[in-house]
Design a protein around this ligand. Sequence first.
Ligand code: SF4
Ligand code: SF4
Length: 80
Amino acid sequence: MSRIEFFEERCKGCMLCTLVCPKELIVSSERFNTMGYKVVEVDKNKMDQCTGCASCAKMCPDYVITVYKTVKPKKESGND
Ligand code: SF4
Ligand code: SF4
C-alpha cells in the first residue's frame, strides 16, 4: 500500500496538492500549524487508495509531501 506523509510545519495551505490527486484524497483539515496556516490531510481510512503516483509531492512548492510507494513484486517470467 502506498501512502504519503506531510511535514505539516512547512505547509502553507495553498491547496495545490488537492487539485492534482487523481483520487481526490487530499483535503483541508481543521488544524493549523505554528505558522498559522491551515494544513491539509488524508483521511486515514482512505490512505489505502493512494497509488503512489507522487503528483501531489511534485506539485507542492514547499516540499511538504513525502511519498512511500509500494513496489509491486515482479511476476515470474516463466521463460527459463
Ligand atoms: S501520491 Fe498520488 S494518489 Fe497518493 S495522495 Fe499523492 S496524488 Fe494522490
Ligand atoms: S501543495 Fe504543499 S503547501 Fe500547498 S497545501 Fe499541499 S502540502 Fe500544503
